[in-house]
Design a protein around this ligand. Structure first.
Ligand code: PBG
Length: 324
């Protein structure tokens, strides 16, 4: 009890560092990259200042820059020229992500992990994460699995190190695991977006990926922000189906979920610090309302403190410089 106990004694200078409980390392970070088939030079995403879409011709150069900062991994998103009802340009051998993987691997080999987003929403004309029954407007779960299998196998074949299915389609992890194994990719891990919420914080991403839904929304596949036990059920299913790493998304408004997943399952856990989280900090900093560097550190350390092993974040490059 006070006055014998004084917690302020440990808060000064080097002592403060000595008793620090959580550390942030560049090794924890994953930088997302958008690759756009339609552009010739990098284009800044207007709602995400400092984040660019890259043409195929420059993706390897960007990946090299990321790798040289010490960041171990990138997460690739493709923006295709051609979209249709079935997302057919998502699984071809020479489609945008498959090409990007090849170019990055040709340049960097094992120096950088290439993780790929496996979902249909960037490739469908209606923007949904699967095949839609055009009469009922329902997402056809099981038919969608067939496309997801093709996407995942095509990414692995192009050289992806990890595939990350993000559509919250029931059975997606099991289906993809089976397809990868059948094609000889039993060593390619699955990083599953197991607890992905139906969030307003994906807005800037959808501008970037041109993946807004032309009707309806993603509430039949993405989770209700009010639910926590449901996230645990989702994670349990994905683990049973063979997921190697679990993603909770978004990160900051769902730190309780990150904590529960890490403590209840004890498996490698990633948190996705999404586009809207990035943009709101950037906007406040641009107005001089926040100290940008300190706020970035505080965002990321809070995600680590909650239990994340991996942080997927648009701040990865900034953070790598701050940590240096
Ligand atoms: C695709 C996907 C989305 C994000 C990652 N993968 C968008 C969505 O569900 O609309 C969002 C990432 C972000 O906001 O940074 N299914």
């Amino acid at each position: 009890m006070f006055p014998d106990v004084r917690l302020r004694r440990l808060r000064k200078g080097k002592i403060r560092n000595l008793v620090c409980e959580t550390t942030l390392s560049v090794n924890d970070l994953v930088q997302p990259i958008f690759v756009d088939e339609a552009i010739k030079s990098p284009v800044e995403i207007s709602s995400m200042p400092g984040i660019y879409k890259f043409p195929l011709s420059e993706v390897a150069k960007e990946a090299k820059e990321i790798s040289e900062l010490g960041i171990p991994a990138v997460l690739l998103f493709g923006v295709p020229v051609f979209k249709d009802e079935y997302g057919c340009s998502s699984f071809g051998e020479t489609d945008v992500v498959q090409e990007a993987i090849r170019r990055i691997k040709a340049e960097l080999e094992d120096k950088l992990l290439v993780i790929t987003d496996v979902c249909m929403c960037e490739y469908t004309s209606h923007g949904h994460c699967g095949i839609i029954d055009l009469e009922t407007k329902d997402l056809m779960n099981d038919q969608t699995l067939e496309i997801l299998k093709k996407i995942a196998v095509s990414h692995a074949r192009a050289g992806a190190d990890i595939v990350a299915p993000s559509g919250m389609i029931d059975g997606m992890v099991g289906a993809i695991r089976g397809a990868l194994d059948l094609n000889g990719f039993n060593n390619v891990p699955i990083m599953s977006y197991a607890a992905k919420y139906c969030s307003s914080f994906y807005g800037p991403f959808r501008d970037a990926a041109q993946s807004c839904c032309s009707f309806g929304d993603r509430s039949t596949n993405q989770m209700d922000p009010a639910n926590s036990n449901e996230a645990i059920r989702e994670v349990a299913l994905d683990v049973a189906e063979g997921a190697d790493i679990i993603i909770v998304k978004p990160a900051l408004t769902y730190l309780d979920i990150v904590y529960r997943v890490k403590t209840e399952f004890g498996i490698p856990t990633a948190a996705y610090n999404v586009s809207g989280e990035y943009s709101m900090l950037k906007a406040a900093a641009a107005n001089g309302w926040l100290d940008e560097k300190k706020a970035i550190y505080e965002f990321l350390i809070s995600i680590k403190r909650a239990g994340a092993d991996v942080i997927i974040t648009y701040f990865a490059k900034d953070a790598a410089c701050i940590l240096k």
